[in-house]
Design a protein around this ligand. Structure first.
Ligand code: F6R
Length: 609
């Protein structure tokens, strides 16, 4: 997704902008550019490619010299990646960077063309730049306000007016934007890591608020142009957390951070051995009457919801539907007043998840958000909120956010089961104490399985396709394993409920096909093993992820490779079993020479449909 930065202050603006953009690379991008006031003229340098390409271009054409500017990493939506479609975009007296999608850009473009305007690029962003220029009346705030009234869709904009070389303006609707402040300098950015090198203090821009940045500070107005006071926030994580700390990639760093991420997420929510979610607005009284639950999310977050379904249904006996947000929002879902809709999202800005939550609210449901990014849109709009305290997740492939989403799902399921009186307090205490031990179990798996995963990954690189199979919770987990592998290794894979294989998919099996089987649930292990035997006898190479207990009972030759993980409470097994799946994906990507932190075509935060 596009990333925006802006700076005003005593430092070399071009350097600050490029350095801040490097901290937004995780969002995914295909082009980059900056625009800086140089002697009261706006100088723009932009290029298709990576920030390295931009730096090369800045060297060859000359870096703009100045102290006020904006920058951008583009993830193409309207118009292919190209120099001309890269941001910043300009009208005669205005230059902008944009994240989001202007839905009515075609009609606005037609209008502007009818007024004699000409366009250089295919982007929706240039339409906004031209519209600002067309409407410019000498007053930037009035101009921005009147353009905003005409825009449909989502946007975060950094704006510079040629007549105001000492200012940067910023505005947002739907797409995220923050304003950082330090002594004698101000910043704008799509996300906090971009400014952490310079300051930890920032404001969250709300919908339709406009910020005016000068070197002396920032002022905010609302959509009526009335001044507003905003609360200054302080980032509670530092550059160190947003950097790789010696790991070769963020993905493996974040896999290693999982024990701490789980601990940080669960420990403050446990009191006297029982879950305590009061701080998140959740009490037994408040949740005891929910009769139907729908979990809505995308991708990995949706897979965490799949595990949540098994656990909630098992413990609290409340029916749970899991839905993909982009499907949910367009199919008139059956949600009744008094239902609970849980939205899971790392970024808290995923456009489909946000829209699904709003729809659920319109239909009278209570909403509970499980979100990692503090102050994000989903976090702010939900009725109840549990933060996953995973810290910043930079790698595009989600790992530590997923594991903390699982941890929160468990805590919530325990609390709901207590409220529904389907779980006794002693039994709940037993589960909570098993959950408290999971960080240690995850550390053990990381330490003891990494070498094996590394080795097995060398065997996967020539495969064109893989199957992941499992039953029950193991099936829910297989979905995540399969997604992880696809996104970073670019090897096709599917996850299947093991019992479904013989209804069609088994015809794919030949001796080229590796099958990764997850078997952690004792009562159904014999069934999964018989599925393994079926595929093995058709030539498949079997990689079995199972508990040490299960491994001890295995007959010789059932699996080609066995990854053993310690047996814990079986309901909680997905927390440990996901780790080898993440590492298999990571090392397969490495062996193929892929960058696992920035897989092709993917963006970290999907703020457009
Ligand atoms: C995969 C991955 C994505 C996200 C999905 C939802 O590793 O990260 O599938 O899970 O795009 O994003 P959030 O959680 O930010 O709503």
């Amino acid at each position: 997704m596009c990333g925006i930065v802006g700076y005003i202050g005593p430092k070399d603006c071009s350097d600050v902008l490029v350095s801040a953009l490097t901290k937004l690379e995780y969002r995914g991008y295909d082009s980059a550019g900056i625009a800086v006031f140089e002697n009261d003229a706006i100088k723009t340098v932009k290029t298709q490619g990576k920030l390295k390409d931009l730096e090369d271009k800045l060297k060859s054409v000359g870096k703009p010299q100045g102290h006020v500017g904006i920058g951008h990493t583009r993830w193409a939506t309207h118009g292919e990646p190209s120099d001309i479609n890269s941001h910043p975009h300009s009208g005669a007296r205005v230059t902008i960077v944009h994240n989001g999608i202007i839905e009515n850009y075609i009609e606005l473009k037609e209008f502007l063309i009818s007024k004699g305007r000409e366009f250089l690029s295919e982007t929706d962003t240039e339409v906004v730049a031209q519209l600002l220029d067309y409407k410019y009346n000498g007053n930037p705030l009035e101009t921005i306000d009147s353009v905003m009234a005409e825009l449909k869709g989502s946007f975060a904009l950094g704006i510079m007016f040629k007549d105001f070389p000492d200012r940067v303006f910023a505005v947002r609707r739907e797409s995220p934007l923050i304003v950082g402040v330090a002594e004698g300098e101000c910043f704008i950015a799509s996300d906090v890591p971009a400014i952490l090198k310079y300051t930890k203090n920032y404001y969250l821009l709300e919908h339709d608020e406009i910020a005016t940045l000068t070197k002396d500070g920032v002022n905010f107005v609302d959509e009526h142009l009335d001044p507003i006071e905003k609360e200054l926030k302080t980032a509670d994580w530092d550059m160190e957390a947003a950097e790789k700390s010696g790991y070769p990639h963020f993905m493996i760093k974040e896999i290693n951070e999982q024990p701490d991420a789980i601990r940080t997420t669960i420990m403050p929510r446990i009191k006297e051995g029982l879950p305590c979610l009061e701080e998140c607005g959740i009490t037994l009284e408040k949740i005891k009457n929910f009769k139907n639950i729908t979990i809505v999310a995308c991708g990995t977050a949706m897979h965490a919801g799949m595990v949540g379904k098994y656990v909630i249904e098992d413990l609290a006996r409340v029916p749970v539907n899991v839905d993909i947000a982009s499907e949910f929002r367009y199919r008139n879902p059956i949600i009744n007043e008094g239902d609970l809709v849980i939205i899971i999202s790392q970024s808290g800005e995923t456009a489909d998840s946000l829209a699904a939550m709003r729809l659920a609210k319109q239909k009278g449901a209570k909403t509970l958000a499980i979100v990692n990014a503090k102050g994000s849109s989903i976090a702010r709009e939900a009725d109840m909120l549990i933060y996953t305290l995973a810290g910043p997740e930079i790698a595009v492939a989600s790992t530590k956010a997923y594991i903390t989403q699982l941890s929160v799902m468990y805590l919530f399921a325990f609390e709901l089961a207590l409220a529904k009186e389907t779980l006794s307090e002693p039994e709940c205490k037993r589960l909570v104490s098993a959950l408290i031990k999971m960080p240690e179990a995850v550390s053990f798996v990381i330490k003891n399985c990494e070498e094996k995963c590394k080795y097995i990954a060398t065997k996967l690189i020539t495969s064109e396709s893989l199957l992941y199979i499992g039953r029950g919770l193991d099936y829910a987990l297989s979905m995540e394993g399969s997604l992880k592998l696809k996104e970073v290794s670019y090897i096709h894979s599917e996850s299947y409920a093991a019992g479904e294989l013989k209804h069609g998919t088994i015809s794919l099996i030949d001796n080229e096909m590796p099958v990764i089987s997850v078997a952690t649930q004792t009562d159904i292990i014999p069934k999964t093993i018989s599925n393994i035997v079926e595929v093995k006898s058709r030539g498949a190479k079997i990689i079995l992820v199972c508990t040490d207990v299960c491994a001890r009972g295995l007959k010789d030759g059932v699996a080609d490779y066995v990854i053993e993980i310690p047996h814990t409470d079986e309901l909680l097994m997905p927390i440990t079993a996901v780790v080898p799946l993440q590492m298999l994906a990571y090392y397969t990507a490495i062996n193929k020479g892929n960058d696992p932190d920035k897989p092709r075509n993917l963006a970290k935060s999907v703020t457009v449909e």
